[in-house]
Design a protein around this ligand. Structure first.
Ligand code: GDP
Ligand code: IMO
Ligand code: MG
Length: 417
């Protein structure tokens, strides 16, 4: 009855999808609990690439099942599209998924609002345009629509009418899809999901199911993009922390492991502070070798060096108990690699930022370590030991390529050296 949460330890795209997919065979349920289709989680199934935006990274022809938990914001059109694409390769796969009817829906309006808001901002965030901020805003302001509202069509229509009325005042008539059309579309999508075999099952209906079995929680984004503790306002609007497991009735105390996925260097998509960012021929090479282009938007990811103060901050804020390191293979062949060990803030070097604002003013302090020709080399082992000693979180697994089986325990790596 193992329960493990996998969360991003940086600014997202650390390889969570691959890591979750690797562990998926050991778990009966894989649960997404936050975020929406802003996520892009890349997995390989029988050497074929899939990018999951909403679907948990189950093994489609394995025994495990996927659950979309209540902390998510779900775009039903996107969900249907993703499921249909997967079902074309794995017929009947829809029946392996259940969605909590308490999830909030991302409506067509939210995507329009996302674009309009970005245009109005003096400093745009560089959102994914997937309607995430406006959907979470409607949740907090109590105008949102939940999946369970689609089963009470009268109530759905009334709520949509009212929300449309308010939004058209706020957005001066710029939104285009009238509520009757939205309602009809949502009902159509609900019925398509039913046809695909998806179950609408709340965490309450699940009763003791999750408690009596093994559950792997799949985080989205990364701690530094968390709404509360990330580099606000350049963050997403949901929780990126392990705490999100509460949406299916668990406390973090009940988790056996909170595994932070850590890329051997750092990337970020969109705007916001990034102390170790470097634009040089070396980091451009890393971008190309690491295929650092957004899985959701295709934007080039900003690239920089490993940031230990950022990792220490993430480890404390999200209670990380282990690390999985990914993409060190991308650094193969570099003579040296830079690692940021401290932030100089107001002339004083600090190990860790105390507030999210410190990321905006930090100047990185670097050490330079010897590079490695391959991840079997002792210099990579030293790199990992350095991270462990500096952050006080053990690295348990190493991912050395995008394919699911390109992963091993650190102990095995040491034995094979
Ligand atoms: P996620 O959002 O955290 O799931 O990560 P993404 O899927 O957005 O981005 C990670 C990218 O790196 C994907 O293209 C993966 O296929 C790839 N990837 C994951 N782990 C490794 C690794 O260890 N080495 C290499 N070279 N690529 C990896
Ligand atoms: P995964 O799960 C990387 C970033 C966006 C933008 C900010 C706000 O694949 O790691 P939003 O659309 O959420 O309002 O955008 O957050 N962002 C991500 N960056 N990986 C992600 O998810 C992200 N999800 C959102 O680029 O800067
Ligand atoms: Mg991603």
């Amino acid at each position: 009855m193992r329960r493990v949460a996998v969360v991003g330890a940086q600014w997202g795209d650390e390889g969570k999808g691959k890591v979750v997919n690797y562990f998926a065979k050991e778990f009966e349920w894989i649960v997404r609990f936050a975020g929406g289709a802003n996520a892009g989680h890349t997995v390989y199934v029988h050497d074929r690439k899939y990018v999951n935006h909403l679907l948990p990274c189950i093994v489609p022809d394995g025994p495990g099942r996927g659950f979309l938990g209540a902390g998510m914001v779900v775009d039903l059109q996107q969900l249907v599209g993703e499921l249909e694409a997967l079902a074309a390769d794995f017929p009947g796969v829809g029946a392996k998924f259940a969605v909590d009817p308490e999830v909030f829906l991302v409506l067509p309006w939210h995507k329009q609002q996302d674009i309009l808001l970005e245009k109005m901002r003096a400093a745009p965030i560089g959102t994914t345009g997937r309607g995430i901020g406006p959907a979470y805003t409607d949740k907090a302001s109590r105008e949102g629509i939940k999946l369970c509202h689609l089963f009470d069509e009268q109530m759905l229509k009334e709520r949509l009418e009212n929300s449309w009325h308010m939004k058209q005042i706020l957005y001066q008539g710029q939104l285009t899809m009238p509520p009757a059309e939205v309602a009809a579309e949502l009902i159509r999508l609900r019925d398509r999901l039913t046809k695909l075999g998806v179950q609408f099952t709340s965490a309450v209906d699940m009763g003791n199911v999750f408690r009596s079995t093994s559950v792997l929680f799949e985080g989205a984004q990364g701690v530094l993009l968390d709404l509360d503790f990330g580099t606000f306002p350049f963050v997403t609007s949901g929780s990126c922390m392990a705490h999100g497991v509460s949406s299916v009735g668990f406390s973090t105390f009940e988790l056996d492991d909170v595994a932070g996925v850590l890329k051997a260097y750092t990337t970020r998509v969109g705007a916001g502070p990034f102390p170790t960012e470097e634009d040089s021929s070396v980091t451009q090479g890393i971008r190309e070798r690491g295929k650092e282009y957004g899985a959701t938007t295709g934007r080039p990811r900003r690239v920089g060096w490993l940031d230990l103060p950022g990792l220490r901050y993430a480890a404390i804020r999200s209670g990380l108990t282990s690390f999985v390191i990914t993409k060190a293979d991308v650094l193969n062949g570099l003579e040296t690699v830079k690692v940021c060990t401290g932030y100089r803030i107001d002339g004083v070097v600090r190990d860790i930022p105390s507030t999210s604002h410190d990321f905006f003013v930090a100047e990185p302090v670097y050490v330079e370590l010897p590079g490695w020709p391959s991840t079997n080399h002792v210099n990579f082992l030293k790199y990992m030991t350095f991270i462990e000693e500096q952050v006080h979180v053990p690295i348990t697994y190493i991912s050395y390529g995008p394919k699911t089986d390109e992963m091993e325990t650190k102990d095995n790596l040491i034995m094979s050296m």
